[in-house]
Design a protein around this ligand. Sequence first.
Ligand SMILES: [Zn+2]
Length: 510
Amino acid sequence: MSFPKVRVFESYAATASGEFDGVILLGDFQSDIPDDFAEFVAQAQQLDARVGQQPLLTPADVSGGRLIIAPTGPLTRDYDDVRNVADAAGAAARIAQQAGIVKPLLVVFGVPNEARYGQAEAVAYWGICQALYEPLEAREHLGEESLETVQEIGIVGTLDETWLEAVEAGKRVARDLAGTEPERMAPPRFAEYCQQTFAHSPVRVTVIDDVQQLQHEYPLLMAVARASLGVERHQPCVVRLEYKAPAAEQTLMFAGKGIVYDTGGADVKTGGHMAGMSRDKGGAAGVAGFVKTVAEMRPETLNVVAELGVVRNSIGADAFVADEIITAHSGVRVRIGNTDAEGRLVLADLLSHLREEASNYPRPQLFSVATLTGHAALAKGPYTALIPNGPARVNELTEKLWEAGEVYGDPTEISWSRREDYDFVRPRTKSDDTLSSNNGPSATTRRGHQFPMAFLAIAAGLDKHGTDSQHPLPFVHVDIAGSGIEGGDWQHGKPTAAPVTCFAGCYLHQ
Ligand SMILES: [Zn+2]
């Protein structure tokens, strides 16, 4: 792991001269500039009117002789949020790296004393790490040291180094698993990456890859995997991650969609819509990333159980097709509507297993995390969509996640599960119990990211655990199709590691 490590200082004066080879001064340059730097900024502004308006490097008598001016722009308007800080930090980091700086010192100033900026320095650090991250294939081919040259970041402030690095370690795992091409991260190699990541950690990894066992226990997942079985290196697995807290009071249970490649299956993706579908494992990647942060933080009272469905949705003679009826792990008979709606099939079996074992744990909460629908990206733009069931609403799970997302710079928006969604996936005859999807693209389907939550609830048996049941189970479906990749560019964009920071901020940081 060679993401930049953190060293925290009380003040600029507390750093030794020459300890850093450049200073990043980040803030709203319309506000008061700290005394240590005000004179240098004023001098630079006399020479260059861009100073304070855009990111620039200027020579100055500071550590390393180089001062990077990183303006956030205004921060007080209704619609400003802490991502302005992350963006400015990322832009400054790219300048620093290109300038040959390997140990920058970050000074954040002029951030309003408001709740939304409560984690501004931490968000700046993660913004720097996001900007400097290089893909796994590039690091493996060219060497990490030559690509990721910034080794350490000093930060002036009151911060917990362990926490900052634990979140970044998790985000790095999420980016590696989500971003990588389909052969490097074929299911067995995805599992191998998880085993290596959690070796010597308190997280137990179990890989279920026996085909007969999978067929018996994960029938929907195996329908998706059917056309991949003929190619050994593409065969599916379920990766189980477990963290047992010493004094558990609460349990998070995750199902992660890990489609390592999505051809669409027999309903093949045409018209150039297949490129980028190696990133259809972003949900499983995000869950593994969050568990990595858990492994680093070792919470006292929080259990985590995760099941990742790592499957290639291939096309071939044995591919499953629309109209098939498959009995899920839950016993629910699912009629396939479209083979490109494969993620919800994988998730339904994973959720069904989690539902069965939930009663073994204190205060279980269930989540499915997935790059599920183009509709989520259309409706929410770059925000993660959260869709709670009744018990999750009563417990305000989505409100808490929403708040954490705002403060920690990994924002979400809440959607609602409605009766129309349940009606949309109703059985049309007695032959089956539910329909997996319609046949249009989700992006042109009304309630295209909400109705799959209804399917998940039915197909996983979670509809029997609503607020009106004896055993209510809070469940939130998390769709990262809009938030998982920078700029929504699934082919070329850098993975964002959503929703690692949001969950970490919500559950691991007080
Ligand atoms: Zn698909």
